[in-house]
Design a protein around this ligand. Structure first.
Ligand SMILES: *Cc1c(COP(=O)(O)O)cnc(C)c1O
Length: 456
């Protein structure tokens, strides 16, 4: 009996709309606050950073937002993305569960991030913007924006967190191939970067610092805007194409997930696969369990505080209510670089507070073990970030085995790991360790949260 392993959509089945979970939320998102006045920000407050089309998406309550035709044309380079049934992994685990994964590693950057980089570059181009500045942790977002910028003939400047700039020279080479300029952050390009270097010339950098540098440059010039690869509502919105496609593919497979699993750094690929299923459940459809998996070394959803905080270390961004480890928290240098952010997307934090999702954390060594098992049975070498989702799916599959349950598990394989082989080498050499955050440092970072008056 032949088993179907791959579910493909044709181009005419590619979703024409992004799905906006804000339309179906039982309780609206807490307001975003201006750090000076502590009053809700207006769209105009954000105009120095983003084009108005994206700001309007950020606050939109419309359920469906049309994907522009030219963006859909670019998406055809890698979308619709395949959904696979992991028959061989199921057999290796001896589980009665059915495991499916959506694969986002087929994009030019090798991850889900071009799903938002392309529309962000498109809307900026439409608004007359000439230059985009951004930060990147592991390099995937910088690569994605560099790719998107090259399509639209825009300049792209990327502040790459110092540790990953040093550890991942090939990422930088890819960004430069697309024509982007890359700086190790903290850098001497900005006043904020210089102030950090003055205190510590060997600072390893963090996403929070790199964001401050990019924002500082963006607000200085009218022809320059800032682009963020995760966290914001419009970014999560753009990623919902993942879950919408997966829904069509689950129908093709004649099943529906009992559990949906994704890894969370800033929350965008998780939201991409999960939000369409959550919304479907809120509108009366089946309600799968939704599981967010994060690294034990940067546990914002499971150990952070749900509070107003800055998105960056230099305190230039508005205040959002989210699960946070504190904007001064420097996560240890573990290898899933894309998951090293002190905060969490406000939308993901909100659905966690509403009890619509669960969150778990795993150590990186356990996640690499899961990723290697996956590679040996399914063939794809996963990104270290994706290993967290795989670990989460395997835990669910083994639970099904123990309970004798035939459940359907869906997870998002958000990227391949071809640029992360140093971390695999370290894993095989037994040099990968589980770096736990320092309790005292965490307590200090949380003590520094801004005080925000309770809304009346
Ligand atoms: C950036 C990245 C992540 C983390 O970002 P999210 O916004 O949480 O999705 C996870 N996996 C990969 C492959 C990434 O590139």
């Amino acid at each position: 009996m032949s088993q179907q392993t791959k579910y493909l959509l044709n181009e005419s089945q590619m979703p024409r709309f992004w799905y906006n979970l804000q339309a179906d939320l039982p309780k609206p998102l807490p307001a975003v606050l201006h750090p000076g006045t502590m009053k809700p920000v207006s769209p105009d407050d954000l105009a120095p950073l983003f084009p108005m089309s994206l700001i309007l998406q950020e606050v939109s309550q419309e359920r469906e937002i049309e994907i522009p035709e030219p963006v859909r044309d670019v998406f055809q380079l890698w979308r619709p993305a395949p959904l696979f049934r992991a028959h061989r992994l199921e057999k290796a685990l001896g589980t009665p569960a059915r495991i499916f994964y959506k694969y986002e590693g087929g994009s030019p950057a090798g991850s889900h991030k071009p799903n938002t980089a392309v529309p962000q570059a498109f809307y900026n181009k439409e608004a007359g913007v000439k230059r985009l500045v951004t930060e990147t942790g592991a390099g995937q977002w910088g690569t994605s924006l560099a790719f998107a910028g090259s399509l639209y003939g825009m300049e792209v400047e990327v502040f790459q967190v110092r540790v990953s700039y040093d550890q991942k020279p090939y990422r930088r080479a890819v960004m430069e191939t697309y024509g982007a300029r890359c700086f190790a952050s903290p850098s001497t390009e900005t006043a904020y970067g210089r102030s950090v270097l003055a205190k510590d010339p060997h600072h390893p950098g963090s996403l929070g610092i790199a964001i401050s540098e990019a924002v500082e440059l963006a607000v200085q010039r009218d022809d320059t805007k800032y682009a963020l690869g995760s966290v914001l509502n419009h970014v999560l919105l753009h990623q919902t194409i993942i879950g919408q496609e997966a829904m069509l593919q689950m129908e093709m497979a004649d099943t529906w997930p009992d559990v949906v699993v994704g890894c969370t750094g800033g929350g965008s690929n998780f939201a991409g696969i999960a939000f369409p299923f959550i919304g479907h459940g809120l509108r009366g459809g089946p309600k799968p369990r939704i599981v967010a998996v994060e690294p034990a070394a940067c546990p914002s959803l499971t150990r952070g505080k749900y509070a107003y905080d800055f998105g960056d270390t230099g305190h230039m961004t508005p205040l959002t209510k989210m699960h946070t480890l504190g904007s001064q928290f420097t996560p240890p240098g573990f290898h899933a670089g894309g998951l090293r952010y002190h905060g969490m997307a406000p939308m993901v934090s909100h659905v966690k507070e509403l009890g619509l999702i669960e969150a778990v954390s795993y150590n990186q060594v356990d996640c690499f073990e899961a990723g290697v098992l996956f590679a040996r049975h399914e063939g794809i070498v996963p990104a270290p970030e994706a290993n967290h989702a795989i670990k989460g799916a395997i835990v669910e599959a083994l639970r099904c085995k123990a309970e004798g349950k035939v459940e359907t598990i869906l997870f998002n394989l958000c990227g391949h790991g071809h640029f992360d082989m140093t971390s695999y080498q370290k894993y095989f050499a037994g040099e990968l360790t589980d770096e736990h955050y320092d309790e005292a440092e965490l307590a200090m970072a949380l003590a520094g949260l801004p005080s925000v008056p309770e809304p009346v």
